[in-house]
Design a protein around this ligand. Sequence first.
Ligand SMILES: [Fe+2]
Ligand SMILES: [Fe+2]
Length: 249
Amino acid sequence: MNRTTSFTLLQLSDCHLSADPLATYRGENSDHNLKRLLPACRAFAPDGVVLSGDLAEDASVEAYRRLANLLDGLAERFAWLPGNHDDRRVMHSVYDDLGWHAGPVLEWGGWQLALIDSTEPDRPDGEVDAERLAPLTGLVADKPALAFIHHQPLSVNAPWIDKYRLCNPELFWQAVDPAIVRGVGFGHVHQAFVGEHNGVRCLSAPSTVANSQAETEKFTADPTGPKARWYRLRNEGRWQTGLISVGMN
Ligand SMILES: [Fe+2]
Ligand SMILES: [Fe+2]
Protein backbone atom coordinates (compact mmCIF):
# COMPACT_ATOMS: atom_id res chain seq x y z
CA MET A 1 0.00 0.00 0.00
CA ASN A 2 1.31 3.44 -0.92
CA ARG A 3 1.82 5.77 2.00
CA THR A 4 0.98 9.46 1.63
CA THR A 5 3.88 11.73 2.48
CA SER A 6 4.27 15.42 2.01
CA PHE A 7 7.20 17.63 1.15
CA THR A 8 7.30 21.23 2.34
CA LEU A 9 8.84 23.67 -0.09
CA LEU A 10 9.64 27.34 0.37
CA GLN A 11 10.11 29.74 -2.54
CA LEU A 12 12.18 32.82 -1.74
CA SER A 13 12.61 35.46 -4.41
CA ASP A 14 14.04 38.84 -5.26
CA CYS A 15 16.23 39.29 -2.18
CA HIS A 16 18.31 41.93 -4.04
CA LEU A 17 21.26 41.76 -1.63
CA SER A 18 24.28 43.95 -2.46
CA ALA A 19 27.98 43.57 -1.66
CA ASP A 20 27.47 46.38 0.87
CA PRO A 21 25.18 45.00 3.60
CA LEU A 22 23.95 48.53 4.32
CA ALA A 23 22.79 49.21 0.75
CA THR A 24 19.12 49.88 0.14
CA TYR A 25 16.72 48.65 -2.50
CA ARG A 26 13.64 50.85 -3.10
CA GLY A 27 14.38 52.51 0.23
CA GLU A 28 14.53 49.23 2.19
CA ASN A 29 17.57 47.38 3.51
CA SER A 30 17.64 43.97 1.84
CA ASP A 31 19.46 42.15 4.64
CA HIS A 32 17.23 43.62 7.33
CA ASN A 33 13.98 42.69 5.60
CA LEU A 34 15.12 39.15 4.84
CA LYS A 35 16.12 38.77 8.51
CA ARG A 36 12.66 40.03 9.56
CA LEU A 37 11.03 37.33 7.41
CA LEU A 38 13.28 34.43 8.34
CA PRO A 39 11.72 33.48 11.71
CA ALA A 40 8.40 32.79 9.96
CA CYS A 41 10.24 30.82 7.24
CA ARG A 42 12.06 28.74 9.85
CA ALA A 43 8.76 28.10 11.66
CA PHE A 44 7.41 26.59 8.41
CA ALA A 45 10.35 24.14 8.59
CA PRO A 46 10.78 23.60 4.84
CA ASP A 47 12.29 20.39 3.51
CA GLY A 48 13.58 22.33 0.50
CA VAL A 49 14.03 25.91 -0.67
CA VAL A 50 13.83 27.22 -4.23
CA LEU A 51 15.41 30.65 -4.79
CA SER A 52 13.79 32.13 -7.89
CA GLY A 53 16.19 34.87 -8.94
CA ASP A 54 17.31 38.44 -8.33
CA LEU A 55 19.07 37.04 -5.28
CA ALA A 56 21.67 39.79 -5.63
CA GLU A 57 21.19 43.35 -6.81
CA ASP A 58 24.78 43.62 -8.03
CA ALA A 59 25.66 39.97 -8.86
CA SER A 60 28.53 40.13 -6.35
CA VAL A 61 30.19 37.13 -4.71
CA GLU A 62 29.75 38.93 -1.36
CA ALA A 63 25.98 39.17 -1.78
CA TYR A 64 25.60 35.51 -2.78
CA ARG A 65 27.79 34.38 0.12
CA ARG A 66 25.92 36.52 2.63
CA LEU A 67 22.61 35.13 1.41
CA ALA A 68 23.89 31.58 1.95
CA ASN A 69 24.98 32.51 5.48
CA LEU A 70 21.62 34.05 6.29
CA LEU A 71 19.78 30.95 5.05
CA ASP A 72 22.12 28.46 6.71
CA GLY A 73 20.19 25.59 8.30
CA LEU A 74 16.80 26.71 6.95
CA ALA A 75 16.37 23.48 4.92
CA GLU A 76 18.18 20.29 3.96
CA ARG A 77 18.11 21.18 0.27
CA PHE A 78 18.48 24.38 -1.70
CA ALA A 79 17.96 25.06 -5.40
CA TRP A 80 18.31 28.27 -7.37
CA LEU A 81 17.74 29.89 -10.72
CA PRO A 82 18.94 33.32 -11.87
CA GLY A 83 17.02 36.56 -12.32
CA ASN A 84 17.83 39.54 -14.49
CA HIS A 85 20.03 41.10 -11.78
CA ASP A 86 22.04 37.89 -11.27
CA ASP A 87 25.09 36.38 -12.90
CA ARG A 88 24.73 32.63 -13.35
CA ARG A 89 28.49 32.08 -13.49
CA VAL A 90 29.10 33.87 -10.17
CA MET A 91 26.19 31.98 -8.59
CA HIS A 92 27.70 28.65 -9.66
CA SER A 93 31.07 29.71 -8.20
CA VAL A 94 29.47 30.22 -4.77
CA TYR A 95 26.62 27.72 -4.65
CA ASP A 96 28.17 24.63 -6.28
CA ASP A 97 30.56 24.31 -3.33
CA LEU A 98 27.61 24.39 -0.94
CA GLY A 99 25.80 21.63 -2.81
CA TRP A 100 22.99 23.97 -3.83
CA HIS A 101 21.22 22.62 -6.90
CA ALA A 102 20.76 24.36 -10.24
CA GLY A 103 18.73 21.47 -11.71
CA PRO A 104 17.56 21.92 -14.29
CA VAL A 105 15.25 19.10 -13.07
CA LEU A 106 15.06 17.98 -9.45
CA GLU A 107 13.01 15.25 -7.87
CA TRP A 108 11.92 16.32 -4.41
CA GLY A 109 9.22 14.54 -2.44
CA GLY A 110 8.00 12.56 -5.45
CA TRP A 111 7.52 15.76 -7.47
CA GLN A 112 9.57 16.96 -10.40
CA LEU A 113 10.79 20.55 -10.17
CA ALA A 114 11.88 22.13 -13.47
CA LEU A 115 14.10 25.21 -13.07
CA ILE A 116 13.95 27.38 -16.17
CA ASP A 117 16.52 30.11 -16.87
CA SER A 118 14.74 33.06 -18.56
CA THR A 119 17.55 35.61 -18.28
CA GLU A 120 19.41 37.33 -21.10
CA PRO A 121 22.50 39.48 -20.48
CA ASP A 122 21.75 43.19 -19.93
CA ARG A 123 18.01 42.77 -20.42
CA PRO A 124 15.37 43.30 -17.72
CA ASP A 125 12.77 41.20 -19.55
CA GLY A 126 13.01 37.46 -20.10
CA GLU A 127 13.19 35.08 -23.03
CA VAL A 128 13.21 31.31 -23.48
CA ASP A 129 14.19 29.04 -26.34
CA ALA A 130 13.97 25.31 -27.01
CA GLU A 131 17.21 24.61 -25.15
CA ARG A 132 16.10 26.52 -22.05
CA LEU A 133 12.76 24.69 -22.14
CA ALA A 134 14.25 21.20 -22.46
CA PRO A 135 13.76 20.52 -18.70
CA LEU A 136 10.00 20.98 -19.24
CA THR A 137 9.67 18.91 -22.38
CA GLY A 138 11.74 16.14 -20.75
CA LEU A 139 9.50 15.65 -17.70
CA VAL A 140 8.18 12.14 -17.14
CA ALA A 141 4.42 11.60 -17.21
CA ASP A 142 3.95 9.59 -14.02
CA LYS A 143 5.02 12.23 -11.46
CA PRO A 144 3.49 15.66 -10.86
CA ALA A 145 5.65 18.70 -11.53
CA LEU A 146 6.11 22.36 -10.72
CA ALA A 147 8.03 24.73 -12.96
CA PHE A 148 10.00 27.68 -11.62
CA ILE A 149 11.10 30.64 -13.74
CA HIS A 150 12.13 34.18 -12.82
CA HIS A 151 10.03 36.18 -15.31
CA GLN A 152 6.25 36.01 -15.30
CA PRO A 153 4.92 34.02 -18.30
CA LEU A 154 1.60 35.90 -18.21
CA SER A 155 0.39 39.37 -17.38
CA VAL A 156 0.04 40.16 -13.69
CA ASN A 157 -2.03 43.26 -14.54
CA ALA A 158 0.67 45.64 -13.37
CA PRO A 159 2.04 47.66 -16.33
CA TRP A 160 5.22 48.76 -14.52
CA ILE A 161 6.49 45.17 -14.35
CA ASP A 162 4.50 43.57 -17.18
CA LYS A 163 6.63 45.55 -19.61
CA TYR A 164 9.53 43.35 -18.45
CA ARG A 165 7.76 39.99 -18.48
CA LEU A 166 8.74 36.90 -20.48
CA CYS A 167 8.75 38.24 -24.06
CA ASN A 168 7.78 34.94 -25.72
CA PRO A 169 5.28 33.25 -23.41
CA GLU A 170 3.70 31.25 -26.28
CA LEU A 171 6.87 29.17 -26.57
CA PHE A 172 6.92 28.62 -22.81
CA TRP A 173 3.31 27.45 -22.69
CA GLN A 174 3.83 25.10 -25.63
CA ALA A 175 6.38 23.27 -23.48
CA VAL A 176 4.05 23.00 -20.46
CA ASP A 177 1.94 19.84 -20.39
CA PRO A 178 -0.97 20.59 -18.02
CA ALA A 179 -1.33 16.85 -17.34
CA ILE A 180 2.10 16.92 -15.67
CA VAL A 181 2.82 20.52 -14.63
CA ARG A 182 0.44 21.57 -11.87
CA GLY A 183 1.82 25.01 -11.24
CA VAL A 184 4.31 27.63 -12.38
CA GLY A 185 6.08 29.66 -9.69
CA PHE A 186 7.84 32.87 -10.66
CA GLY A 187 9.47 35.89 -9.02
CA HIS A 188 10.39 39.25 -10.58
CA VAL A 189 6.97 40.91 -10.10
CA HIS A 190 7.51 42.03 -6.48
CA GLN A 191 3.87 41.49 -5.56
CA ALA A 192 1.45 38.71 -4.69
CA PHE A 193 -0.24 37.12 -7.69
CA VAL A 194 -2.36 34.02 -8.25
CA GLY A 195 -3.72 33.17 -11.70
CA GLU A 196 -4.20 30.35 -14.16
CA HIS A 197 -3.27 29.50 -17.74
CA ASN A 198 -4.66 26.41 -19.51
CA GLY A 199 -5.57 24.88 -16.17
CA VAL A 200 -2.07 25.43 -14.74
CA ARG A 201 -1.87 27.58 -11.62
CA CYS A 202 0.44 30.58 -11.94
CA LEU A 203 1.86 31.89 -8.68
CA SER A 204 4.28 34.60 -7.75
CA ALA A 205 6.59 34.64 -4.79
CA PRO A 206 6.71 38.27 -3.64
CA SER A 207 10.08 39.81 -2.78
CA THR A 208 11.90 39.32 0.52
CA VAL A 209 12.85 43.04 0.50
CA ALA A 210 10.27 45.32 -1.17
CA ASN A 211 6.88 44.71 -2.77
CA SER A 212 4.25 46.69 -4.60
CA GLN A 213 0.56 46.53 -3.97
CA ALA A 214 -1.00 44.22 -6.57
CA GLU A 215 -2.23 45.32 -9.99
CA THR A 216 -1.13 48.97 -9.93
CA GLU A 217 -0.03 51.16 -12.85
CA LYS A 218 3.22 52.13 -11.09
CA PHE A 219 5.20 50.50 -8.26
CA THR A 220 3.18 51.41 -5.14
CA ALA A 221 4.90 50.29 -1.95
CA ASP A 222 3.06 47.54 -0.08
CA PRO A 223 3.30 48.34 3.65
CA THR A 224 2.70 44.70 4.64
CA GLY A 225 6.41 43.96 4.10
CA PRO A 226 8.51 41.10 2.74
CA LYS A 227 6.97 37.73 1.92
CA ALA A 228 7.72 34.21 0.74
CA ARG A 229 5.59 31.47 -0.86
CA TRP A 230 5.14 28.02 0.67
CA TYR A 231 4.03 24.77 -0.98
CA ARG A 232 2.99 21.49 0.60
CA LEU A 233 3.42 18.75 -2.01
CA ARG A 234 1.81 15.36 -1.38
CA ASN A 235 3.34 12.44 -3.16
CA GLU A 236 0.02 11.40 -4.70
CA GLY A 237 -0.22 14.77 -6.46
CA ARG A 238 -2.41 16.95 -4.24
CA TRP A 239 -0.85 20.22 -3.12
CA GLN A 240 -1.46 23.47 -1.32
CA THR A 241 0.26 26.83 -1.41
CA GLY A 242 0.14 30.19 0.33
CA LEU A 243 2.22 33.14 1.49
CA ILE A 244 4.42 33.63 4.52
CA SER A 245 4.61 37.12 6.04
CA VAL A 246 6.66 38.70 8.81
CA GLY A 247 5.35 37.69 12.22
CA MET A 248 3.48 34.54 11.14
CA ASN A 249 5.70 32.34 13.33
FE1 LIG B 1 13.49 41.67 -8.54
FE1 LIG C 1 13.73 40.51 -11.85
